[in-house]
Design a binder for this molecule. Structure first.
Ligand code: NDP
Length: 331
């Protein structure tokens, strides 16, 4: 391919002041990798919002093309694993943080980071899931592996209106769980119930400092919020239950005690999507294709064009996004 293509570039000056520009790049500008992909769809995750706004230091190579998720078609490959014309999916692996990412017409990547496009999903649906939804699936898989099942009791999902939360609700509901959604936007209760939540609680019930142990309210939790919220989720998990922790929307601290662990045998699982093994990714995406109702995904997904990425990145940091935002890069 000759000529140029548009990209979002995040730069820093000598005083470390950050700026964000839409620039024209050529293939020669791209970083090294053995597979070059034409980007067809991407999304905006919380981390992409952090990269573009500069609110937290997620970018570790300057300048950076952000965008941690993409679906695209291979245009050239020096790897035996992928050939020209293959549809591929990328989530994480430091792309958009240390290696130029999805917010460009093309991306040059390592074959080790790519998986074949999961069957049963369109590019826009896969990006509707994105890292947020794939992380939600990793949380559910961790709980299942521990033995959590619908008969054990309800599952609480925090940050319910966010990307991880909304997909977690839809997956858990389809699997037959009684889902308790914790949100700071109770006005979205109907939306959360449509997704499959059985009960809605106000996040203020969980976000303030609480007691070391509370009433046993749920068998398990999916937490994308951290801080006091995670501490309270643990303190109200019933005997033998488990919590999957993946996020820090309230804070990265964990002001908890050991009481839930030593008196109720509660387990806490840390969930990382960025460096998860290829096997785990492939399994999670296979499960997504079967255990996520695509009509529900469509209902929580807003599709935008490349020009709207920067504005939406600010919105996700300001907590103004409901569900998932997908970018159609072919539009
Ligand atoms: P979103 O911004 O889409 O959702 C976060 C949600 O958390 C918000 O919608 C809001 O839900 C709630 N929230 C926001 N601020 C606060 C606050 N101060 N106190 C309590 N709740 C709050 O982000 P994602 O769903 O994409 O990601 C959620 C978290 O998971 C992020 O911290 C992200 O960095 C992390 N993450 C981690 C991954 C991993 O690999 N471990 C992968 C993907 C994400 P509501 O309005 O319903 O209250």
């Amino acid at each position: 391919m000759s000529g140029t293509f548009k990209a979002i570039l995040v730069s820093r000056d000598e005083e470390k002041k950050q700026s964000v520009d839409v620039v024209d790049l050529s293939m020669d500008d791209l970083m090294e990798g053995d597979v070059t992909v034409k980007v067809e769809a991407t999304t905006i995750n919380y981390k992409d919002g952090l990269a573009i706004t500069g609110k937290s230091p997620v970018v570790r190579h300057w300048p950076m093309v952000p965008g941690i998720d993409l679906v695209g078609t291979v245009v050239s490959s020096d790897s035996g694993s992928f050939s020209k014309g293959d549809k591929v999916l990328l989530n994480g692996f430091g792309v958009g943080e240390t290696h130029w990412g999805a917010y460009a017409g093309y991306a040059r990547l390592s074959a080790n980071w790519l998986i074949p496009m999961p069957k049963g999903l369109t590019p826009l649906q896969a990006m509707g899931v994105g890292t947020a939804g794939y992380t939600a699936m990793l949380c559910v898989m961790a709980l299942e592996k521990y033995g959590i099942e619908p008969s054990k009791g309800p599952v609480v999902v925090t940050g319910a209106n966010g990307g991880v939360g909304s997909v977690a609700i839809a997956i858990l509901a389809k699997l037959g769980y009684h889902v308790i959604a914790s949100t700071g936007r109770p006005g979205e209760a109907d939306f959360l119930k449509e997704l499959g939540a059985s009960e809605i609680i106000d996040r203020s019930e969980l976000s303030e400092p609480g007691r070391p142990l509370g009433k046993e309210r749920w068998a398990a939790g999916v937490d994308g919020v951290g801080s006091h919220t995670l501490a309270n989720v643990l303190a109200q998990t019933s005997y033998g239950g488990a919590v999957a922790a993946c996020g820090l929307a309230q804070g990265f601290d964990l002001p908890a005690t050991v009481m839930p662990f030593i008196l109720r045998g509660v387990a806490l699982f840390g969930i990382d999507s960025v460096m998860a093994s290829k096997e785990k990714r492939i399994e999670a995406w296979k499960r997504i294709a079967t255990d996520l109702d695509m009509d529900k995904l469509d209902a929580i997904t807003e599709t935008i064009g490349f020009d709207q990425i920067i504005g939406k990145a600010h919105d996700i940091i300001d907590g103004k996004i409901r569900g998932r935002v997908v970018i159609d890069m072919t539009a």
